[in-house]
Design a protein around this ligand. Structure first.
Ligand code: HEC
Length: 231
């Protein structure tokens, strides 16, 4: 009468994992906990298992200087197992493996991948020169123009402390006060003839802004605990 339930509780699949992972004894910790909970029997094989833990598939945990991924075939329980690894209970089970009190595998790898997304393909050396020429009229860029910045204008090092600094620099031309004096080839509209900029216009290209972003990425964020003059 309840064939579906009976089936769900009597799955069977094979699992293979990279030797480095096997050698830690991790599978003896992990597999029984899943089997017990879901009534699925798992047999370890050397390679080509229904579930394979190695380089391919969805990232599931990190450790031994690597991010480990898993693939799951259609075999009963295999996909469920991969989902379980990604669930809160699965993550806790992974992190509770502590031979000799040391955590070997963690599930906190999202943050590391997010950071590497910030890649700037401009040239920081050109970017520094362009920053000094175009932005250094008002902003302190670095030691070179320390004494030349304009009063209340934030230094580059100070702006580098903003979480979204890259976004602000990439769009500085729409952020006040810049629109009134900035022209970007092919992007901004020409200044209205009857409203010429009150100060020397800043004319720059999209490529040059990329160079500036690449340079700003190399600037150490200001230490906000230090006295203001040192920024
Ligand atoms: C004529 C002076 C002047 C020039 C030239 C200038 N800026 Fe600014 N910039 C300012 C001032 C003033 C502020 C502070 C605005 C505020 O606090 O509201 C500012 C703020 C900024 C901000 C933060 C904006 C925000 O709202 O978060 C960025 C980013 C920025 N500037 C980038 C640049 C870059 C890049 C250049 C050169 C390509 C440049 N600026 C050239 C005067 C200038």
């Amino acid at each position: 009468m309840f064939p579906a339930i009976v089936q769900a509780q009597s799955g069977y699949f094979t699992l293979s994992a990279a030797r480095e992972v096997r050698d830690t004894g991790f599978l003896q910790h992990l597999l029984p906990r899943f089997s017990l909970k879901h009534g699925v029997r798992i047999t370890q094989v050397d390679e080509g298992g229904d579930v394979a833990i190695g380089d391919k598939g969805v990232p599931v945990f990190t450790g031994l200087d690597k991010v480990w991924s898993a693939t799951g075939s259609k075999a009963a329980g295999a996909e469920l197992f991969v989902e379980w690894l990604l669930s809160d209970i699965g993550k806790r089970t992974i992190e509770s493996f502590k031979p000799d009190g040391v955590v070997i595998f963690t599930t906190q790898f999202e943050d590391q991948t997010a950071e590497t997304v910030l890649v700037f393909d401009g040239d920081p050396v050109q970017g520094e020169a362009l920053s000094l020429t175009h932005c250094g009229r008002c902003h302190v860029i670095n030691e070179t123009n320390r004494m030349k910045g304009m009063g209340q204008t934030p230094s580059f090092a100070l702006m580098r402390t903003f979480d979204d600094w890259d976004n602000r620099f990439a769009t500085f031309f729409v952020l006040n006060p810049h629109p009134s004096f900035t022209q970007i080839a092919g992007i901004t509209e020409a200044f209205a003839a009857h409203l010429p900029p009150a100060i020397v216009p800043l004319e720059i290209t999209q490529d040059e802004i990329d160079h500036i972003l690449s340079y700003v990425a190399t600037i150490a964020p200001a230490d906000l605990g230090a006295p203001l003059q040192s920024q």
